[in-house]
Design a binder for this molecule. Structure first.
Ligand code: AR6
Length: 192
C-alpha cells in the first residue's frame, strides 16, 4: 500500500465518503454489504460467485430461488448473507455485469449500471460500507483496465448521492487487478 489506494469523495449532505482498494478475497472482508458478480439466471457459478456461495452456505441460494426470477444484465438484487454474518456482513448484493462482446454492445453502460444499482440497493438497505469485486473482469472477459475506469467512476458518482454508504472498498483478487485499479484510482484522483 503506497498511499494511492484511498481517495475521499464528496458525499450527500456535504460530508465525505471514501473509495479504498485492497488486495484479497472478498469473502473475508468485514463490511456491511458485499457485492457478488452473478449471472442473470442468479444460478451460481464459478469465480467470485462460487466463492461467495461456498462461504455463505445454502440459505443464500435458497433465498435467491424463492424471491427472484433472475435479474437483467446491469441490475442487482439483495439477499441476507448466510454464514458471512459470522463476521459482520449483513447483505449480499448480487449484481449482473455484461459479458464482453468487443465493446460496441453497450457493455460500459451496463457495467456502470450494475455498480450504480448495487450501491443504491446497499444504501437503501442501510449499509455504511460496501465491498465490490471487479465485476465482469473474469469469466465475462471485460478488459481489466476498462473495468477499473468504469467501476471507479460509477461508484464515485453514486457515492455522491448515497445516504448511508460512506465507504466503498474494491477487493482485487490478484496483483495485476490491484495494480490496474490503483492506476485508475490515481487517474480519477488527479482529474477531480
Ligand atoms: N474475491 C475477490 N475477487 C475474486 C474472487 C474472490 N474470492 N474470486 C474471483 N475474483 P468472475 P465475472 C475476481 O469470473 O467476470 C460466474 O460463473 C476475478 O479474479 O468471478 O463477472 C458467475 O456465475 C475477477 O477479477 O466474474 C457468472 O456466470 C473478478 O473477481 C460469471 O462468472 C470477476 O471475475 C460472471 O463473470
Amino acid at each position: 500500500m503506497d498511499g494511492n489506494d484511498r481517495i475521499e469523495v464528496g458525499a450527500a449532505g456535504g460530508g465525505s465518503a471514501a473509495i479504498e482498494l485492497i488486495a484479497g478475497d472478498i469473502t473475508t472482508v468485514r463490511v456491511d454489504a458485499i457485492v457478488n458478480a452473478a449471472n442473470s439466471a442468479l444460478a451460481g457459478g464459478g469465480g467470485v460467485d462460487g466463492a461467495i456461495h461456498r462461504a455463505a452456505g445454502p440459505d443464500v441460494m435458497a433465498e435467491l430461488r424463492a424471491r427472484y426470477r433472475g435479474c437483467p444484465t446491469g441490475g442487482a438484487v439483495v439477499t441476507a448473507s448466510g454464514r458471512l454474518a459470522d463476521h459482520g456482513v449483513r447483505w449480499i448484493v448480487h449484481a449482473v455485469g455484461p459479458i464482453w462482446r468487443g465493446g460496441e454492445a453497450g457493455e460500459a453502460e451496463l457495467l456502470a449500471s450494475a455498480y450504480r444499482t448495487s450501491l443504491r440497493l446497499a444504501d437503501d438497505a442501510g449499509a455504511r460500507s460496501v465491498a465490490f469485486p471487479a465485476i465482469s473482469a473474469g469469466i465475462y472477459g471485460y478488459p481489466l483496465d476498462q473495468t477499473a475506469a468504469v467501476a471507479l467512476r460509477s461508484v464515485r458518482d453514486a457515492l455522491a448521492t448515497a445516504r448511508s454508504v460512506e465507504r466503498a472498498v474494491f477487493v482485487l483478487f490478484d496483483d495485476r487487478a490491484f495494480r490496474t485499479f490503483e492506476r485508475a484510482l490515481r487517474a480519477i484522483a488527479e482529474s477531480a
